[in-house]
Design a protein around this ligand. Structure first.
Ligand code: ATP
Ligand code: MG
Length: 137
């Protein structure tokens, strides 16, 4: 069993498709181990995406992530990290495979509906950033 962090980003929360996105996870062998709805601060978003701080899109990414509440989920299952990335589709929804979350719910490379951890190390760091062990079941 593996755990990964998913964030349903402000665009998808505004579109009221939280349940539809969670259904993709549950219908494909992943389980919600915990979740919460949060309004991130600039400080939270900068720290969470610190790996991208030198990238030209960093300021836009941070502004977008604080533009409304997000739903933060710990997903659990066999190969949960890779499975979630497969269900999400490519970063740019124009390149995302048909039937993926980003193909179906994302509008642009900025407003791309979901975040997913990209490695075991990052999944651990990202989960610990948002949740205490006693909140995850
Ligand atoms: P995420 O980390 O949100 O799951 P990802 O792993 O598919 O997305 P990353 O390369 O980690 O993609 O980029 C983080 C986020 O930064 C992307 O989700 C996207 O919103 C934004 N981003 C990435 N590349 C670009 C780009 N070239 N132009 C604008 N925004 C970008
Ligand atoms: Mg990423």
């Amino acid at each position: 069993m593996e755990q990964t962090l998913s964030i349903i980003k402000p665009d998808a929360v505004k579109k009221n498709v939280v349940g539809k996105i969670i259904d993709r996870f549950e219908s494909n062998g992943l389980r919600v181990a915990t979740m919460k709805k949060v309004q991130l601060s600039q400080c939270d978003a900068k720290e969470f995406y610190a790996v991208h701080k030198e990238r030209p899109f960093f300021a836009d990414l941070v502004d977008f992530m604080v533009s409304g509440p997000v739903v933060i989920i710990v997903l659990e299952g066999l190969n949960a990290i890779a499975k979630n990335r497969e269900l999400m589709g490519a970063t740019d929804p124009k390149e995302a495979a048909a039937g993926t979350i980003r193909a179906d719910f994302a509008d642009s490379i900025d407003a791309n509906a979901v975040h997913g951890s990209d490695s075991l190390e990052n999944a651990k760091r990202e989960i610990a950033f948002f949740f205490a062990n006693r909140e995850i079941y």
